[in-house]
Design a protein around this ligand. Structure first.
Ligand code: ATP
Length: 239
């Protein structure tokens, strides 16, 4: 197995194309994407609806197979990777989605604990302790045994963040994490992600339409019609 050295970007995308559908219905949705993301960077990917942001995020996350070009994540080539290799790659990632995807029949702490289920060799007691510590870190120490239905939107998204980060993933992939939140909750959630990620030294790739959070990024990449048209340092100020 290849391993990443400290000089290699965490995510290295070269000449990546992607197609959906077969034969006459085949449609190209990503065109010659090139992007390098370094350890600890927070990258926001933005651009119009249908421009290919989620497709690119899911490819990086090993949630779908890369077909053409090169996509190296933590030193592993995902283009042409087997299902087993993709499963392996997914274990290094934390995922946060717009609709938090919490299990409604599990309490906050049980949901967070799910984030550790795939990790080998963690004792049940340690799982609980780490889940509790993570919920404390996101300000939910007094909500450990609440079910999602009894939490606000912002609190649910904080549980989802705790679940994504409890395994101390090297990469966090977030798709519209603030879309369902009001302005203040959205800001709180991304600032929390930023703080925890900096503490853990993890890299964040975040897709958003939310202009109010662009300033948390180290770099913003802009997608249009399947092309990555801009890649630059964040200079955006929040009103
Ligand atoms: N499973 C799929 N099968 C076929 N086409 C798809 C599939 N998923 C996405 N597409 C198409 O690929 C293109 C890119 O979609 P994608 O969801 O990546 O865009 P996006 O920039 O994330 O959009 P949004 O901001 O609305 O979420 C669109 O034309 C979409 O219709």
């Amino acid at each position: 197995m290849q391993s990443i050295n400290s000089f290699e970007p965490v995510i290295c995308i070269e000449n990546l194309d992607h197609y959906f559908g077969k034969s006459q219905l085949r449609k190209q949705v990503l065109f010659n994407i090139n992007l390098k993301i370094n350890v600890g960077e927070i990258i926001i990917m933005t651009g119009p609806s249908g421009s290919g942001k989620t497709t690119l995020l899911t490819l990086v996350g090993g949630l779908r197979s890369a077909q053409s070009g090169s996509l190296r994540v933590l030193g592993r080539e995902l283009c042409g990777a087997s299902a087993k290799q993709l499963t392996q790659a997914r274990r290094n990632n934390g995922y946060i989605f717009q609709a938090h995807n919490l299990h409604s029949s599990l309490t906050a702490i049980q949901n967070v604990r799910m984030g550790l289920e795939l990790q080998p060799k963690i004792l049940p007691q340690e799982m609980l302790m780490r889940s509790q510590a993570m919920l404390e870190a996101v300000g939910l120490a007094n909500r450990l045994n609440y079910y999602p239905d009894n939490l606000s939107g912002g609190q649910k998204q904080r549980v989802a963040i705790a679940r994504a980060l409890v395994s101390q993933p090297k990469i966090v992939l977030a798709d519209e994490p603030t879309a369902a939140l009001d302005k203040q909750s959205g800001r709180d959630v991304v600032e929390l992600m930023q703080k925890l990620a900096k503490e853990q030294g993890c890299t964040i790739l975040l897709v958003t339409h939310d202009n109010r959070i662009l300033d948390i990024a180290d770099r913003i990449v802009y997608m249009e019609d399947g092309h990555l048209v801009r890649d630059g340092v964040s200079t955006i100020a929040v009103e």
